[in-house]
Design a protein around this ligand. Structure first.
Ligand SMILES: [Zn+2]
Length: 171
């Protein structure tokens, strides 16, 4: 009750305590979920912010793997990590990566394996840094850094992402 700081269990960000909703299977605290929704609202209002929407969703989702024994959580991390791989490693377009999410989810439903997440200390950026961006250009720049940071922290699973990227080609 007297706690002044709330920690997000998955990304490690600290917030002022807020009693709100959270996501069904992403491992976000209510405070962190609210911060993410603030960022999404900004992206939906302004095309300059929206231009990196794919990276925003992928970075946030991979950074909040939740309980990986939940089939939905395992699928979510696998496909969003693959999306980051396609964009950051293969230089694919954001729209190609976006389409890949649905293709992979349909093709490999129930086959995704849980992925062990990194320690939250591994992250240099969280959605809190995105909230602090002063304008669309800064938003785009920091979202890119955030996505690269999250992708690096998940290095042990890059092979899995690469395998799904190749399987996606065959669909
Ligand atoms: Zn968080």
């Amino acid at each position: 009750m007297s706690e002044k700081t709330a920690h997000c269990p998955d990304c490690g960000a600290t917030y002022e305590p807020y009693d709100g909703d959270t996501h069904a299977y992403l491992g976000a605290s209510p405070e962190c979920w609210a911060a993410f929704n603030t960022v999404l609202a900004r992206e939906f209002e302004d095309i300059g912010y929206f231009s990196v929407h794919r990276l925003t969703v992928d970075a946030y989702t991979v950074q909040h793997p939740g309980d990986q024994t939940d089939r939905r959580a395992a699928q979510s991390v696998n496909i969003h990590l693959t999306s980051l791989y396609l964009i950051l490693e293969e230089d694919r377009s954001l729209s190609y990566a976006a389409k890949s999410l649905g293709v992979l989810a349909n093709a490999f439903k129930d086959k995704f394996k849980p992925l062990a997440p990194p320690d939250p200390d591994a992250y240099k950026y969280t959605v809190k840094d995105i909230c602090a961006a002063a304008d669309a250009a800064e938003h785009q720049r920091i979202v890119r850094l955030w996505a690269e940071d999250v992708f690096q922290a998940w290095t042990p699973h890059h092979g899995t992402a690469k395998a799904y990227a190749q399987l996606r080609e065959q669909q």
